[in-house]
Design a protein around this ligand. Structure first.
Ligand code: VGL
Ligand code: ZN
Length: 187
Protein backbone atom coordinates (compact mmCIF):
# COMPACT_ATOMS: atom_id res chain seq x y z
CA UNK A 1 0.00 0.00 0.00
CA UNK A 2 0.98 3.56 -0.56
CA UNK A 3 2.77 4.97 2.48
CA UNK A 4 2.63 8.48 1.11
CA UNK A 5 -0.56 10.50 1.37
CA UNK A 6 -1.61 11.36 -2.17
CA UNK A 7 -3.26 14.65 -3.12
CA UNK A 8 -5.24 15.72 -6.22
CA UNK A 9 -2.19 17.23 -7.93
CA UNK A 10 -0.40 13.88 -7.87
CA UNK A 11 -0.48 11.37 -10.70
CA UNK A 12 0.15 7.64 -10.61
CA UNK A 13 1.90 6.31 -13.72
CA UNK A 14 1.74 2.58 -14.35
CA UNK A 15 4.29 1.64 -16.96
CA UNK A 16 3.60 -1.33 -19.27
CA UNK A 17 1.93 -3.74 -16.83
CA UNK A 18 1.16 -6.05 -19.74
CA UNK A 19 0.95 -9.83 -20.09
CA UNK A 20 4.06 -10.12 -22.27
CA UNK A 21 6.18 -8.64 -19.46
CA UNK A 22 4.76 -11.11 -16.93
CA UNK A 23 5.62 -14.81 -16.41
CA UNK A 24 4.49 -16.77 -19.49
CA UNK A 25 4.81 -13.69 -21.70
CA UNK A 26 7.13 -13.12 -24.63
CA UNK A 27 9.51 -10.78 -22.81
CA UNK A 28 8.83 -11.91 -19.27
CA UNK A 29 10.20 -10.19 -16.21
CA UNK A 30 10.85 -12.68 -13.38
CA UNK A 31 8.13 -11.99 -10.81
CA UNK A 32 6.66 -9.31 -13.07
CA UNK A 33 3.13 -10.13 -11.96
CA UNK A 34 4.11 -9.44 -8.34
CA UNK A 35 3.88 -5.73 -9.05
CA UNK A 36 0.12 -6.05 -9.62
CA UNK A 37 -1.11 -6.23 -5.99
CA UNK A 38 1.35 -3.51 -4.98
CA UNK A 39 0.17 -1.21 -7.76
CA UNK A 40 -3.48 -1.99 -7.00
CA UNK A 41 -2.85 -0.52 -3.54
CA UNK A 42 -1.53 2.64 -5.18
CA UNK A 43 -4.50 2.73 -7.58
CA UNK A 44 -6.88 2.67 -4.60
CA UNK A 45 -4.93 5.42 -2.85
CA UNK A 46 -4.89 7.55 -6.02
CA UNK A 47 -8.63 7.10 -6.54
CA UNK A 48 -9.36 8.07 -2.95
CA UNK A 49 -7.20 11.19 -3.34
CA UNK A 50 -8.70 12.17 -6.69
CA UNK A 51 -5.25 11.85 -8.29
CA UNK A 52 -4.89 11.18 -12.00
CA UNK A 53 -4.06 7.61 -13.07
CA UNK A 54 -2.12 6.90 -16.25
CA UNK A 55 -1.35 3.47 -17.72
CA UNK A 56 1.12 3.17 -20.57
CA UNK A 57 1.30 0.25 -22.92
CA UNK A 58 3.95 -0.98 -25.29
CA UNK A 59 1.92 -1.23 -28.49
CA UNK A 60 4.00 -2.53 -31.35
CA UNK A 61 3.09 -3.36 -34.95
CA UNK A 62 3.91 -7.03 -35.84
CA UNK A 63 7.02 -5.95 -37.78
CA UNK A 64 8.36 -3.46 -35.23
CA UNK A 65 11.98 -2.39 -35.68
CA UNK A 66 12.89 -3.36 -32.10
CA UNK A 67 12.20 -7.05 -32.82
CA UNK A 68 15.05 -9.48 -33.56
CA UNK A 69 13.57 -10.46 -36.92
CA UNK A 70 14.04 -6.80 -37.93
CA UNK A 71 17.54 -6.61 -36.45
CA UNK A 72 16.44 -5.15 -33.14
CA UNK A 73 17.39 -6.23 -29.59
CA UNK A 74 14.15 -7.84 -28.37
CA UNK A 75 12.02 -10.88 -29.10
CA UNK A 76 8.65 -9.98 -30.57
CA UNK A 77 6.39 -8.67 -27.77
CA UNK A 78 3.29 -6.56 -27.08
CA UNK A 79 2.00 -6.77 -30.63
CA UNK A 80 -1.11 -4.61 -31.03
CA UNK A 81 -4.34 -6.53 -30.49
CA UNK A 82 -2.72 -9.73 -29.14
CA UNK A 83 -3.37 -11.05 -25.60
CA UNK A 84 0.28 -10.38 -24.73
CA UNK A 85 -0.31 -6.67 -25.25
CA UNK A 86 -3.29 -6.58 -22.88
CA UNK A 87 -2.86 -5.10 -19.44
CA UNK A 88 -2.45 -7.78 -16.77
CA UNK A 89 -6.01 -8.91 -15.97
CA UNK A 90 -5.47 -8.40 -12.23
CA UNK A 91 -4.62 -4.72 -12.58
CA UNK A 92 -7.58 -2.73 -11.24
CA UNK A 93 -7.58 0.12 -13.73
CA UNK A 94 -10.35 2.68 -13.31
CA UNK A 95 -12.66 3.52 -16.21
CA UNK A 96 -11.20 6.99 -16.59
CA UNK A 97 -7.55 5.88 -16.76
CA UNK A 98 -5.50 7.75 -19.36
CA UNK A 99 -3.93 5.12 -21.61
CA UNK A 100 -0.69 6.16 -23.31
CA UNK A 101 0.42 3.94 -26.20
CA UNK A 102 4.04 3.90 -27.34
CA UNK A 103 6.24 2.00 -29.74
CA UNK A 104 3.35 2.02 -32.21
CA UNK A 105 5.40 3.39 -35.12
CA UNK A 106 7.37 0.73 -36.99
CA UNK A 107 10.64 2.64 -37.15
CA UNK A 108 10.65 4.21 -33.68
CA UNK A 109 10.98 2.64 -30.23
CA UNK A 110 9.83 4.65 -27.24
CA UNK A 111 11.06 3.46 -23.84
CA UNK A 112 9.87 6.61 -22.09
CA UNK A 113 6.17 7.34 -21.64
CA UNK A 114 7.07 10.97 -22.38
CA UNK A 115 8.86 10.43 -25.69
CA UNK A 116 6.67 11.81 -28.49
CA UNK A 117 3.44 11.18 -26.54
CA UNK A 118 0.79 13.57 -25.18
CA UNK A 119 1.64 12.66 -21.56
CA UNK A 120 3.51 15.78 -20.41
CA UNK A 121 0.79 18.06 -21.80
CA UNK A 122 -1.99 15.98 -20.22
CA UNK A 123 -0.27 16.16 -16.81
CA UNK A 124 0.30 19.92 -17.10
CA UNK A 125 -3.32 20.49 -18.17
CA UNK A 126 -4.43 18.87 -14.92
CA UNK A 127 -1.93 20.88 -12.85
CA UNK A 128 -0.04 17.76 -11.81
CA UNK A 129 3.23 18.46 -10.00
CA UNK A 130 4.21 15.15 -8.42
CA UNK A 131 4.46 11.71 -10.00
CA UNK A 132 4.56 8.20 -8.57
CA UNK A 133 5.84 5.72 -11.15
CA UNK A 134 5.92 1.92 -11.11
CA UNK A 135 5.55 -1.00 -13.51
CA UNK A 136 7.68 -2.92 -16.01
CA UNK A 137 10.43 -3.14 -16.74
CA UNK A 138 12.33 -1.27 -14.02
CA UNK A 139 15.59 -1.21 -16.02
CA UNK A 140 14.05 -0.22 -19.37
CA UNK A 141 10.78 1.69 -19.64
CA UNK A 142 10.34 2.60 -15.97
CA UNK A 143 13.91 3.95 -15.90
CA UNK A 144 13.46 5.96 -19.11
CA UNK A 145 10.10 7.33 -17.97
CA UNK A 146 11.43 8.36 -14.55
CA UNK A 147 14.49 10.10 -16.02
CA UNK A 148 12.26 12.02 -18.47
CA UNK A 149 9.81 12.91 -15.69
CA UNK A 150 12.66 14.52 -13.74
CA UNK A 151 13.80 16.38 -16.88
CA UNK A 152 10.27 17.68 -17.35
CA UNK A 153 10.47 19.18 -13.87
CA UNK A 154 8.05 16.89 -12.01
CA UNK A 155 8.78 15.84 -8.44
CA UNK A 156 9.28 12.19 -9.27
CA UNK A 157 8.92 9.16 -7.02
CA UNK A 158 9.73 5.58 -8.04
CA UNK A 159 7.62 2.81 -6.55
CA UNK A 160 10.53 0.37 -6.19
CA UNK A 161 8.52 -2.60 -4.88
CA UNK A 162 5.95 -1.97 -7.62
CA UNK A 163 8.50 -2.36 -10.39
CA UNK A 164 10.75 -5.25 -11.43
CA UNK A 165 13.68 -5.43 -13.84
CA UNK A 166 14.42 -7.70 -16.80
CA UNK A 167 17.90 -8.09 -15.30
CA UNK A 168 18.78 -7.82 -11.59
CA UNK A 169 22.12 -6.09 -12.11
CA UNK A 170 20.73 -3.47 -14.46
CA UNK A 171 17.74 -3.09 -12.13
CA UNK A 172 20.05 -2.08 -9.26
CA UNK A 173 21.88 0.25 -11.61
CA UNK A 174 18.58 1.74 -12.80
CA UNK A 175 17.49 2.51 -9.23
CA UNK A 176 20.81 4.22 -8.64
CA UNK A 177 20.57 6.17 -11.93
CA UNK A 178 17.08 7.36 -11.03
CA UNK A 179 18.13 8.34 -7.51
CA UNK A 180 21.17 10.24 -8.78
CA UNK A 181 18.99 12.04 -11.33
CA UNK A 182 16.87 13.37 -8.47
CA UNK A 183 14.00 10.91 -8.21
CA UNK A 184 12.90 9.71 -4.77
CA UNK A 185 13.04 5.92 -4.56
CA UNK A 186 10.14 4.74 -2.39
CA UNK A 187 11.14 1.52 -0.59
C1 VGL B 1 10.16 -2.59 -22.57
C2 VGL B 1 11.83 -3.75 -23.65
C3 VGL B 1 11.22 -3.54 -24.85
C4 VGL B 1 9.58 -2.09 -21.28
C5 VGL B 1 9.55 -2.37 -23.78
O1 VGL B 1 8.37 -1.80 -21.23
O2 VGL B 1 10.35 -1.97 -20.31
N1 VGL B 1 11.30 -3.28 -22.52
N2 VGL B 1 10.08 -2.84 -24.92
ZN1 ZN C 1 8.83 -2.91 -26.64
Amino acid sequence: MAEVRLVPKDALILVDVQNDFCPGGKLAVVGGDEVVPVLNGWIRAAREAGAMIVASRDWHPADHSSFREQGGPWPSHCVQGTPGADFHPGLELPEDVLVVSKGDRQELDQYSDFEQTPLAGALRDKGVTRLFIGGLAQDVCVRATVLDAVRHGFETHVISNGSKPLNDVSGKQALEDMRLAGAVVEQ
